[in-house]
Design a protein around this ligand. Sequence first.
Ligand code: PLP
Ligand code: SF4
Length: 342
Amino acid sequence: MNILASSSDSVRATCADDCAWQEAMKSAIRAPVRLCRMLGLSAQQEDAAVRASRDFPVFAPLGYIARMRPGDPHDPLLRQVLPLADEMQPTPGFTADPVGDTAANVSPGLLQKYHGRALMITTGACAVHCRYCFRRHYPYGDGPPRSMQWSAALGQIECDESIEEIILSGGDPLTLVDSRLEELVCRLAEIPHLRRLRVHTRLPIVIPDRVTESLIAWLRGTRLVPVMVVHANHAQELNEDVAAALAKLVDAGVPMLNQTVLLRGVNDDAETLVELSRRLLDCRVMPYYLHQLDRVAGAAHFEVHIEEGLRIVRQMQARLPGYAVPRFVQEIAGQPSKQVLA
Ligand SMILES: *Cc1c(COP(=O)(O)O)cnc(C)c1O
Ligand code: SF4
């Protein structure tokens, strides 16, 4: 990776495993103007990016930017991270909390909407800021301090024997260092009624160096059955480095699934989604969900109508084995599961 190439040999020697991904987080692009100039965008796009980023700042690792085509404002990876003037256009029906997360907050840092599984907000940080994210307005900062938050969530899980699966989410749980995650997982494993540990993360996709030996060690080392759900929206995200990182997880015996958000201008045609599924299968990752966009304020320009989504999925079904077609789902606040559309 560029990061290591630009570091001195001594740094390379001391920070073999953990350093690379932490450096990638530190050197990620946060200035919209810099992002635009790296990709050769116009002054007008720069100006819009600066204004639209005030609500939700830019964050894009260099290794992710390296997979974009310079000079192409329609690049499907760039579209996911570039703030556009469209974001500032209020649209009826698009709100701050479209999926009822505030109501599902059973204790600080713990969301439970569905039977048997609960979702832990381990951190508010992510390794990329996706412009369509339904958590872009989530009040992460409002909870109690980090350590107390975990205690409250752990206490709640302990009291509820119906919970058998914990989903580590956020933000992105893999922005936390492995020692902290290992400690959390040890505490979870002590709760006798828990059986599975699911990790929802975009890190192996955006910073593949995050798949370290120590990550594999705690995933394999717990008595809880691990499952990882990564989040890729386009085949262009899955370069050789990502494929190698995913291979390490699969070889370690971790069942690997992928979820995708259906996004206008990124992946809203069958061709693109078929190619994504094929590439995921090359990496031995199973397509899990294709999500209808959550109607979060600022993301209206990404919406694809459900009818169009259904047409796209039918075209995918005509071209792929059944197991390679993700379930097309929509989250509807108050429902007992994600609504399966196709
Ligand atoms: C999406 C989600 C889940 C996971 O749902 P599955 O259908 O099991 O993948 C669990 N909890 C919450 C709060 C969710 O939003
Ligand atoms: S990584 Fe996930 S939680 Fe973070 S901004 Fe992207 S979609 Fe949202």
